[in-house]
Design a protein around this ligand. Structure first.
Ligand code: ADP
Length: 379
């Protein structure tokens, strides 16, 4: 492939918006495919193709005006993109490295097949299978298009399980054991064209109602746990021959077992702290892999960081200036506001990163609570 200057991005939400700044720094042009003019990344793109992310005829047009295509969203129509790849369109990561990951059941099966630890799981396809379940709670998951916990249900008994499944019209779903984790962890891992692998620090994530509320970087876990997570990250991108950056969400159990919950084949919310907290952000790392530029080893600018999501708590067109100003006036605090035109409960509107000194690391949860209490003060 020739020198990459124009990077096509499928998806134009906040992840592509944050990629925009890194693109400018690297002298790259971003051309995005996204459905709405009001989508966050539109204002930072050189060009925009207004179309659904799974509209492959739009992706064919995108391919004509850029050197390589990458992703901020995996809700794509893979078979149709495969016919573009066959005609010589470059995707980074390649469609082969995405293929086993797009469906949650396939993803679990794939991870198991390459020897990575996952929760016990099954496909749910018939009512008869429901009767065999003897242990609750269980977790029922939509196989595709789930995000921010939409499509993930923690279920306590047979009756609710059957009712929930039937409410969706009984599609094939993923059913798995409920993992009584002590912490949720995450890590970002990048792999370059030449096969160099870069792993960011392991972080702790905290989800309420299946939605991420805050992230603490680095996670307070043992070296043994960090080594397990790093080995998982390494195996995954090596087996898939990834060119790009992936996020891995994991469960840590009481006996220090690490299980993979989910792979995001792109930048991830758990890596937002890297924007202000590290010498290289996850967005710049993605662009460097995609444009075949040298990778940079990540390090913290301070002792660590806390990232708090600013989640919508009402339906409104407000821009929450007062809360944003109060948050921005806190020490070592950076507010990122995605500029979405409407707030809805649970919608990610922005995030806040607070850099921590080494001595503040032990207070990271209190600092996350302080930030959240300012954001939710009007609720
Ligand atoms: P999404 O793809 O929508 O983010 P996830 O599958 O990552 O959904 O689940 C969201 C959250 O739900 C997880 O971060 C975790 O808190 C909880 N969860 C998901 N699966 C399990 C499980 N098997 N055991 C316990 N909690 C789970």
């Amino acid at each position: 492939m020739m020198n990459v200057k124009k990077v096509g991005v499928i998806g134009g939400g906040q992840l592509a918006w944050m990629m925009g700044e890194a693109a400018t720094k690297l002298g790259l042009h971003l051309i995005i495919q996204t459905p709405q003019k009001t989508d966050p990344a539109v204002k930072r793109a050189t060009e925009v193709i207004l179309a659904a992310v799974d509209d492959s005829s739009a992706t064919a047009k995108l391919a004509n005006i850029c050197d390589v295509i990458t992703f901020e969203n995996e809700f794509i129509n893979l078979p149709e993109l495969q016919s573009l790849a066959a005609k010589g369109v470059y995707f980074r990561p390649s469609l082969n490295s995405l293929e086993p990951l797009l469906d949650k059941y396939d993803q679990r099966s794939y991870l198991q097949s390459i020897g990575l630890p996952v929760p016990k799981f099954n496909a749910l396809t018939s009512d008869a299978e429901l009767e065999h379940i003897s242990q609750f709670p269980v977790v029922l998951k939509a196989r595709r298009h789930g995000y921010d916990g939409q499509g993930t249900f923690i279920i306590q008994n047979h009756q609710d399980l059957s009712a929930t499944w039937h409410k969706f019209g009984c599609p094939p779903m993923l059913l798995e054991e409920f993992v009584p984790f002590t912490k949720e962890l995450a890590v970002m891992v990048a792999r370059s064209v030449s096969g160099e692998i870069i792993i960011y620090p392991v972080v702790e994530t905290y989800q309420k109602n299946q939605v991420c509320h805050w992230v603490i970087a680095p996670a307070d876990v043992t070296t043994e746990v960090i080594e397990k997570v790093n080995a998982i990250a390494h195996t995954l991108v090596e087996k898939l021959q990834v060119i790009g950056i992936f996020g891995i969400e994991l469960f840590l159990t009481q006996d220090n077992q690490v299980l993979v919950n989910e792979i995001a084949p792109r930048t991830h919310n758990s890596g937002h702290y890297t924007l202000d907290g590290c010498n290289i952000s996850q967005f710049e790392m993605q662009l460097r892999t995609v444009a075949n530029l040298p990778l940079i080893s990540p390090s913290f600018k301070s002792g660590g960081a806390v990232m708090v999501n600013l989640l919508g708590y009402e339906t409104s067109q407000q821009d929450y200036q007062t809360q944003r100003q109060t948050l921005a006036s806190l020490p070592n605090t950076y507010v990122h506001w995605y500029g979405k035109t409407e707030s809805r409960p649970g919608r990610k509107l922005g995030h806040v990163t607070r850099l921590l000194s080494k001595t503040e690391l032990s207070q990271s949860e209190q600092i996350a609570d302080q930030i959240a209490s300012i954001w939710y003060s009007n609720q």
